[in-house]
Ligand binder design. Sequence first.
Ligand code: NAP
Ligand code: SF4
Length: 644
Amino acid sequence: MGSMHLGLEEERGGMEKLAAFYAERARGGASLIVTGGVSPNRRGVLGPGGARMQTRRHANEHRAITEAVHRNGGRILMQILHGGRYSYHPFNVAPSAIKAPINRFKPRALSTRGVERTIRDFVRSAELAKEAGYDGVEIMGSEGYLINEFIAASTNKRKDCYGGSFANRMRFPVEVVRSVRERLGSEFVLMYRLSMLDLVSEGSSWEEVVELAQAIESAGADVINTGIGWHEARIPTIATLVPRGGFTYVTKELMGKVSIPLVTTNRLNMPSVCEEALASGCADLVSMARPFLADSDIVNKSRNGQTDEINTCIGCNQACLDQIFKQQVASCLVNPRAAHEGQWPLDNRTTSPKSIAVVGGGPAGLSAATELARRGHRITLFERSAEIGGQFNLAKRVPGKEEFHETIRYFHRQLQLYEVEVRLQATATVDELVGFEEVVLASGVKPRQWQWGPECDSRIMSYIDALQLKEKLKGTVAIIGGGGIGFDVASALVHSHDSDFYEQWGIDKDLEHRGGVKAPRPHASDIALHMFQRSSGKMGAHLGKTTGWIHRLELKKAGVHMHTGVAYTNLDEAGLHYTEGGEDKLLQADHFIVCAGQVAYAPLYDQLLAEGIQAHRIGGALDAKSLDAQRAIKEGLELAYRID
Ligand code: NAP
Ligand code: SF4
């Protein structure tokens, strides 16, 4: 299991929670776990109060983690990560005083003695990790953090022996590895995460990557892990739109150039993808991080031939990385138990099984139905349409969101395993629900109407129809609403099946250019697309921190016109009349797609209460505002734990 910061590292009582989290992954078959990044000193922490391994007290605190993992048959390395110029505080340091584009704090350049002291801090940190019971350490040398900053000429303008030529620029990581090896001996595992593809234009050349890998091996590393892309790179590396296993070709290029094992990473989310990477000689080992949040049992299920039971990581980042950026504890959209194992234990079967109806087979209903059934209740699921999935069925039509197919497959299998009675094309009525002891209303949402509707104008359509008809829509198209669904519809409309991910984002698969980047060749859409919102400010401002920029950039490259701060005046045969920046304007469009948010839909609720039936609302049926799959699934789980 690859390194994944959870936000528990800094929480009071977080070590016990981390221990429970990692122990569950060790039980689930993860043979080797790497912790989230831990800084070797104060200046290297990622933010104020960030995790450090610098004193005996820190080592003692970590014992809870290592003992729990070892008790459950696993092995664990502590990742030593110095944030360098990415450290989000005013005391950050770097090889040179050059501010990172993603940090408002400019770093101070380390003196030569400061560099030497930092190397000693890495060694001390590794020593303390050993004392804490770790089986080894991973030295974080990628993603644009301190070590990477020494290696790249653009961030290292030093005049001493740690700057200048490439041999000098790689001196820092090589000395770190050599010194850790010398002090810790040959039994202590030393993995080095090497930036094989910087994805920034002044990053390392491929020849430099190979030279560094060989030097790192000579300095004493046991294994080299793959790092892809600096955090400031404007190229997606782990989001859903990255093809599965999309960067294994980079590790493959290094195979045979060193004699120690290589690990490949990034968008490996199912056993078949890992098998393919190994069988085609891309690497000796595979590492997954987020898939272990989605399913702690992924390895055991794979080993036992139960891949259809795996809860697949969909690469959304919504509940993991986005939460971390909001300074909240990470979890997982498809598995809200992740990192909250203590709060939602699995040994909670009910002692008084009830007969419960769940109305609605979307994310909230599926989550509630499967969790209630797992706890031992008898569940009947009513779904009005012919298939389960609800809004997942819309999302899976959006390019780059195809992984929702896996979520539906997972729930489908869970319903079978827990013997939920599924009634499709069944609109539940109060009469039918009277016999149940409790009713869960997860009937979802209805699209909010625009002030003009399809009944008055055939050019107007809902986002549901637009996603179904997307290939047929041509000419000029206006999207009313710039929220998550407006962006999804826009992506679906401008997307071309012919467009190549690597060409579109300017990734040099031949590794001929520095950093592995070249000029992007965005796909030009043949639809003239306009997006509108009444509020001012950036469109898509509420999209996830780690993926919103991808969607905005994708639409910008496709030439989508964004209109913010507008007021709609009239819609007539000439088109849409609106004001923007105080000016009256007109847009003639062939289609107006309404993505104006949603309203709650729970028509049965009052009737059930009137009949004295215990009814609960979850997801959109409870509150449509800011509803997304993360909240829906979590509310299903929470309710399943409340009903006894
Ligand atoms: P949303 O994010 O709330 O956006 C609704 C949009 O409709 C806003 O741009 C709003 O802009 C506009 N609007 C609201 N009332 C309107 C009215 N009466 N007439 C015209 N325009 C109106 O809702 P959503 O797009 O339906 O998304 C639902 C939820 O799913 C959200 O929580 C969203 O974050 C989530 N989601 C996220 C993603 C993603 O992160 N990629 C994708 C899909 C969905 P103005 O009021 O300014 O005009
Ligand atoms: Fe994967 Fe999304 Fe879960 Fe993160 S939140 S682990 S990306 S499914």
